[in-house]
Design a protein around this ligand. Sequence first.
Ligand SMILES: NC(=O)c1ccc[n+]([C@@H]2O[C@H](COP(=O)([O-])OP(=O)(O)OC[C@H]3O[C@@H](n4cnc5c(N)ncnc54)[C@H](OP(=O)(O)O)[C@@H]3O)[C@@H](O)[C@H]2O)c1
Length: 428
Amino acid sequence: MSKPLRIAMAGLGTVGGGVAGLLLNADGELAERASRRLELVAVSARDRAKARAADVSRLEWHDDAVTLAACDADVVVELIGGAEGPARALVEAALKSGKHVVTANKALLAHHGAALAALAEESGVALKFEAAAAGGIPIVKALRESLIAYGIDAVRGILNGTCNYILTQMEATGRSFAAVLAEAQKLGFAEADPALDIGGGDTAHKLALLSSLAFGIVPSLDAIKTEGIAHITPEDIAFAREFGYRIKLLGMARRTPSGLDQRVQPAMVRAGTPLGDVEGVFNAVLADAGAAGPFFFEGRGAGEAPTASAVVSDLVDIARGAVGAAFGRPAARLKTLSGAPPARVSPYYLRFNVLDVPGVLAEIAGRLAEAAVSIESMIQRGRSPGEPVSIVMITHECSESDVARALKVIAGSDKVLAEPCMIPMEAG
Ligand SMILES: NC(=O)c1ccc[n+]([C@@H]2O[C@H](COP(=O)([O-])OP(=O)(O)OC[C@H]3O[C@@H](n4cnc5c(N)ncnc54)[C@H](OP(=O)(O)O)[C@@H]3O)[C@@H](O)[C@H]2O)c1
């Protein structure tokens, strides 16, 4: 067996603790698969005195994570997090000093992925990030290495377990977004500051990486239209169910005749389809791989064991000598996309909160017709003259920009009490 792969790791939290446990307690099986031992030699975290999931007391300790880049190791594993600060400084220093890097840090790569990939190439080392998108699901490797013969037409995924948990619970219990979020925070399924999750930012980070791998573009948030789930109401979820759909926060990137459409958006996904049936904290990705067909991946997108599993798979790849381009193509060949994505064309679910007064329905229908948006079906439940009611419409396939134009006018009506809700409908 060749000499061990020496590993230095920054971050001993949820993911780092799991990786340390796996490496320190590894039996011969992992070494056999990697053709060499994976040896954790040095670690860094903020607080040396903190109790850790694995016993790291005999390892070299670094108070300053960035100094790991200069220690006697072959690979630096960055599990601190954050697009800037010590995570970025460490990854840059490690790559410059000729060390392979493994990271789970989607924020860092979504902002600086192309520059870091270029640094890795200059130094002839690997930059690997299987854990950064969809946690334990091996989608990075699949898009980088496996689904390449026919090209990718579309990648769509449920990439944030917190959002999927909240939406699943809202559907199961009929409770409001705020009530379910508060419970998710208590149970540890949502962060104390949930903004990045529920605002769609975390999904956008992951989508930027998947898009780069699938379509050969520079990872970037600039061309991803991002919307969160905070405006979704139990009423929307109940209506979705009536129409045979479920509401999911999707990260989507697909080729269209007008260019690559990248967006993070709540969407109505047909129940009974692979994406429509993904429950709770699970993640899933549907990749349309040209003539090879669609491929569906589902699994745990977060948590100690799934994420540590993905980090260790990157380490095994490096131990075996796999040093390919980080995003599957030379960094200099990645194309830069900018500007808003093309307007989406799909059927839309529209909900209007209106005063139940004569003429309101005709007014809404008229405004939609003026914008070339035609209605396939409509529901108005109950009658309460002079009181607020909801009107729900499903449109035929139409352009997002036409719908948005009509809704802007409709929102200005004195009979309309709140910003209309607009959710695209996915076939499956
Ligand atoms: N948690 C998941 O399920 C998951 C899934 C996929 C990807 N990720 C990504 O994995 C990374 C780590 O996430 P996590 O959940 O493991 O985070 P975490 O539990 O908050 O752990 C962060 C670790 O980084 C250490 N740290 C913070 N600042 C540091 C500094 N300046 N120098 C050295 N160490 C420092 C902390 O030290 P102390 O322990 O001493 O405070 C802690 O051990 C992030 O990029 C995250 O996005 C996480």
